[in-house]
Design a protein around this ligand. Structure first.
Ligand SMILES: [Zn+2]
Ligand SMILES: [Zn+2]
Length: 385
């Protein structure tokens, strides 16, 4: 175990130093492939240019289980100063995918050394491009035979907001659908001193921003989770010119598929009404992102049992749903499964920074917790019914 611990840290630090963003993970995939090829009994392949698949056929009868780790980094400039900080300016593993990759390599190593006693078939997918739509999972699911014959799927995300070593699982709705909107408001520019001769797209846009919150608070029931955030609002050039247009972007988060379908109509009704009232026109583009991540109840229940065995009741938490999105949901369209969290936050490791923050890092003791959980999950879920 001491040896595994050192190996996990070495893998994670190498990946952390050499981050690559989605669809560009060429060196990352080559590194992962090289590690896997050292492990006996695995059949290793590249389903897409930057993803890696390792398949282990167990010596005992059983089911086919897919384990997933995402491998991509983010376009963020790292502010950590430890010796294994990113060597690539402007790119950083700020979500913990370096840890996910190390954990799945650790699981592959343990299973490969014990293949005779493994039931069924364990497929381990090192997935590219989780952070960038349309996402690597969708590509693997739709364009490769990865999911053919898979009985159940699982995977984990490290979570800096949970204490290191804690495992959190939840049945049902776990992560939201992250949909996107882009709005151009077209007014009529002119002199800042004579707004009566213009249609001011900034004033109209400001009304839109505030009134979109009425979609959340007045048009949708409080128990139906919905977030609408306008995250970009750009317009204008200087102090005495009213511009022609304003550009807005935002994100819309839901769990419920019916509400997800209805949200764009509610949003457009507000945009249309306000633009009409003020004599502006608009162009609204709405894009559906990843599906909501809904855990299969029986798989979540098994993961909870496993967690109680592996980390004990003290370190188990019933997870809360989060409005974050995850393309793990694509696998759940094809097979039952569940996604879970492993805590990676601690004061000792200064690893309580939020995900996607330039100071993000993990408490590396969480890597072992991840390996033990994921390995136990693979063995349990692959057992014949
Ligand atoms: Zn992320
Ligand atoms: Zn992530």
């Amino acid at each position: 175990m001491e040896e595994l611990r050192g190996q996990l840290v070495a893998w994670r630090r190498h990946l952390h130093m050499n981050p690559e963003v989605g669809f560009e993970e060429h060196a990352t995939a080559a590194y992962i492939e090289a590690q896997l090829r050292r492990m006996p009994g695995l059949s290793v392949s590249r389903p897409t240019a930057t993803s890696v698949l390792a398949v282990l056929k167990g010596g005992l009868p059983g089911r086919t289980v897919l384990l997933r780790a995402d491998i991509d980094a983010l376009p963020i400039h790292e502010e950590n100063t430890f010796e294994f900080a990113s060597q690539t300016p402007g790119v950083m593993h700020a979500c913990g995918h370096d840890g996910h990759t190390a954990i799945l390599l650790g699981v592959a190593q343990l299973l490969s050394g014990d293949a005779g006693r493994v039931p069924g078939e364990i497929r381990m997918i090192f997935q590219h491009a989780e952070e960038i739509g349309p996402g690597g999972a969708e590509e693997l699911v739709m364009q490769t035979p990865l999911m053919d014959g898979v009985d159940v799927v699982t995977g984990l995300h490290l979570n800096s907001q949970l204490p290191a070593g804690v495992v959190a699982v939840k049945p049902g709705a776990f992560m939201a659908a992250p949909d996107m909107l882009e709005l151009t408001i077209r007014g009529k520019g002119g002199h800042g001193a004579h707004p009566e001769e213009t249609v001011d797209p900034i004033a109209v846009g400001a009304q839109v921003v505030t009134n979109l919150q009425h979609v959340v608070s007045r048009m949708v029931a409080a128990q139906d989770a919905l977030v609408v955030s306008v995250t970009k609002f750009t317009s204008g050039t200087t102090h005495n010119v009213i511009p022609d247009t304003a550009e807005l972007m935002g994100t819309v988060r839901t769990f419920d598929p019916a509400l997800r379908e209805r949200a764009p109509q509610l949003i457009e009704r507000v945009v249309r009404g306000i633009c009409d009232a003020h004599g502006a026109t608009y162009d609204l583009r709405y894009e559906f992102g990843y599906r909501p991540l809904i855990n299969t109840d029986w798989v979540a229940a098994q993961l909870k049992d496993i967690a109680l065995d592996v980390v004990g009741a003290d370190r188990f938490r019933d997870a809360k749903p989060t409005m974050g999105g995850e393309d793990f949901s694509a696998y759940l369209e094809k097979a039952p499964g569940a996604y879970f969290n492993v805590g990676s936050g601690s004061d000792e490791a200064d690893s309580r920074w939020p995900h996607h923050h330039p100071r993000f890092t993990i408490d590396e003791t969480s890597l072992e917790t991840g390996v033990h959980m994921l390995r136990a999950a693979a063995l349990r879920l692959a057992r014949p019914e």
